[in-house]
Ligand binder design. Structure first.
Ligand code: ADP
Ligand code: MG
Length: 409
């Protein structure tokens, strides 16, 4: 990447202020799924082993800009200490005199975790004075929180602009490098699978990648806006009225008059339909249309077969968004079958990337998370990256130093 990275930094004896994404589920004062904590370990271990003085900061949940013990990072400090097998000192706040004292006492290789930065409303509004107080804790800054890279907050963008050296941690670097490859140099055939509910966001992704892919498979709630744009009856299915015209345009581009520029744009051929997302009974509607009184809640068997066939031809796969209302067991089949097909294609040598909170949950449900090449830790961030939007958290990092030219022999 064209930004400073952790390996460019001199860490020994330095106060290393590091933004991580420790926004993990907490229940009964204990950390639930610790995937995000583990994802930050390569960066954390590097700072410790190089003899840096590590000051970690993160947000957790949405505490409304004031302290709320429900959203304390204390359970995370305990959990992290267990993973590192060394003490992690927990600060009572992220700024102020007592925290500054704790910071100044840190020795080489020691770890301090600041309390939730969102206990201050100045975090999300990126107040310069608050950012300065955070930045003063460190001599160098590392951002390893890809999940919040699309937000211009004090702990992501504010401090990066103040400290002279602001670098990407290993996690952020690997996310950026992988997603860049999916945008700029994917091996073909390249199959993109999109689903879920956020139609407008995902249309931006389609617009940005449409000239680079071999096929786009659209399922889930967003498919109905496309079917509507084609003039198909969609009954009471999810519809984003404001996106119909853009959806139509995307399909016109896909159907390019020049055969070499044409790509497969595959919409559901059949559906599982029900009277509501929670309805106990459901049926398969055997063709494209859905009658009023019913809504599409999952892709049907013909669609699963068609998607599977395409997926198995791919050398690169990007997937975001479930194929149906997978939270309901009855409507999870399409999503689980697509997850299995992506895993199978990966086993056959394809490179697969999956982003999105619900998509990752669906992977776990299908039991194939370990078979995917890259599971992104950022839902919104990965989607914005794929849509070609500059992420403020990355833009705020220092520019990479020019490598010295190798002198001619
Ligand atoms: P991600 O978090 O992976 O980016 P989204 O948030 O865009 O995905 O979409 C996930 C949501 O989409 C899920 O809550 C799921 O129930 C919903 N969804 C999927 N298919 C349908 C459908 N056919 N109708 C309504 N909602 C759907
Ligand atoms: Mg979601």
């Amino acid at each position: 990447m064209d930004r400073l990275v952790i390996d460019d930094l001199e860490l020994k004896g330095k106060r290393v202020l590091t933004r991580v994404d420790f926004n993990v589920p907490i229940a009964d004062g204990k950390v639930g799924d610790d995937t995000r904590i583990r994802a930050a370990l390569p960066t954390i271990n590097k700072v410790i082993s190089d003899g840096g003085r590590l000051i970690l900061m993160s947000h957790l949940g949405r505490p409304k800009g004031k302290p709320d013990s429900k959203f304390s990072l204390k359970p995370v400090a305990e959990h992290l200490a267990g993973l590192l097998e060394k003490p992690v000192v927990m600060a009572a706040d992220c700024v102020g005199d007592s925290v500054e004292k704790q910071v100044s006492k840190l020795q080489d290789g020691e770890v301090l975790l600041l309390e939730n930065v969102r206990f201050h409303k100045e975090e999300t509004s990126n107040e310069p004075e608050f950012a300065k107080q955070l930045a003063d804790h460190g001599e160098v800054f590392i951002n390893d929180a890809f999940g919040t890279a699309h937000r211009a907050h004090a702990s992501t963008v504010g401090v990066a602009k103040i400290l002279k050296e602001a670098a990407a941690g290993y996690l952020l670097q690997s996310e950026v490098e992988t997603l860049t490859k999916m945008l700029e140099s994917p091996e073909k055939p390249y199959v993109v699978i999109l689903g879920g509910a956020k139609v407008a966001d995902k249309l931006q992704v389609i617009r940005n990648i449409i000239t680079k892919v071999s096929a786009i498979l659209v399922g889930g709630g967003m498919a109905y806006t496309f079917l509507k744009a084609r003039g198909t009856e969609i009954g009471d299915s999810l519809l984003d009225d404001n996106s119909i015209a853009t959806a139509h345009n995307a399909m016109v581009v896909a159907d390019n008059p020049h055969p070499e520029k044409r790509l497969d744009f595959v919409l559901p051929l059949d559906h599982t339909v029900a009277s509501s997302p929670k309805a106990p009974d459901f049926q398969t509607s055997p063709n494209g249309g859905i009658a009023s009184g019913a809504m599409g809640v999952d892709i049907g068997p013909k669609t699963i077969a068609a998607f599977r066939e395409k997926i198995l031809t791919a050398k690169s796969i990007f997937w975001n968004g479930p194929m149906g209302i997978f939270e309901n067991e009855n409507f999870a089949t399409g999503t689980i079958e697509v997850a299995k097909a992506v895993a199978e294609a990966t086993g056959n040598g394809a490179f697969s990337v999956i982003g999105g909170g619900d998509s990752v949950a669906a992977l776990e449900k299908a039991g194939v998370k370990e078979s995917i090449s890259h599971v992104s830790t950022g839902g919104g961030a990965s989607l914005e990256f794929m849509a070609g939007i500059d992420l403020p958290g990355i833009n705020a990092l220092s520019k990479a130093k020019k490598k010295p030219e190798v002198a001619a022999q």
